[in-house]
Design a protein around this ligand. Sequence first.
Ligand code: DX5
Ligand code: ZN
Length: 218
Amino acid sequence: MPHRIHPSILNANLASLDDEIRRIPSADGIHLDVMDNHFVPNLTIGLPVVESIRANHPDRFLDVHLMITDADRYAPGYAEIGCESVTFHLEASAAPIRTARTIRGLGAKASLGLRPQTPIEPLADIITEFDMVLIMTVDPGFGGQSFLTEMLPKIRRTREIVERSGADIWIQVDGGVSESTIDQCLDAGATVFVAGSAVFRAEDPDAVVRGLRERPEV
Ligand code: DX5
Ligand code: ZN
């Protein structure tokens, strides 16, 4: 599939989210970072705000990234309000298979997030429970950090596991993705790219989105 660009609104103006989302018409999805000050040392938005974004932007693909504890309890709520994709973290879940099945049962894509230090290998046997794997390429919590090139082998190994499974599972990279790091991720096999500061710190955010999408497929 052609790769997808899902800008993160974390570094946008969070008090003008509607306008910020309208600045990126070319984006394939809107990546919404939900943080709870427990799983990560930062606090952003939660269910009521995501629900309002849903109402105001009914045609956008909403890709919610939950960086919250008690994922099993809260993740299904984001599928219930109509997000297309719900990512919860393995490190915050006691029952990732059950939660993924609940999310899928509500009609959303179920996605599993992994911190940089969490290995992919133990997940090989359950990978088909998910529609997407999110590989963090920074420590979660903040935008504007440098891409961890150490994650490239993990992206490759994830691609191998996904291909062996035979399922159509997206591989998302999140953190430090920009025009200077996307090619390495494409080459390693990622298919969905989150870019926050690279998009929203630019004069013309949509031009950055188009530039990231026009990279040659590998
Ligand atoms: C970090 C978030 C990312 C972040 C990406 O914890 O999950 O989505 O906003 O921002 P950049 O692209 O600036 O690293
Ligand atoms: Zn994110």
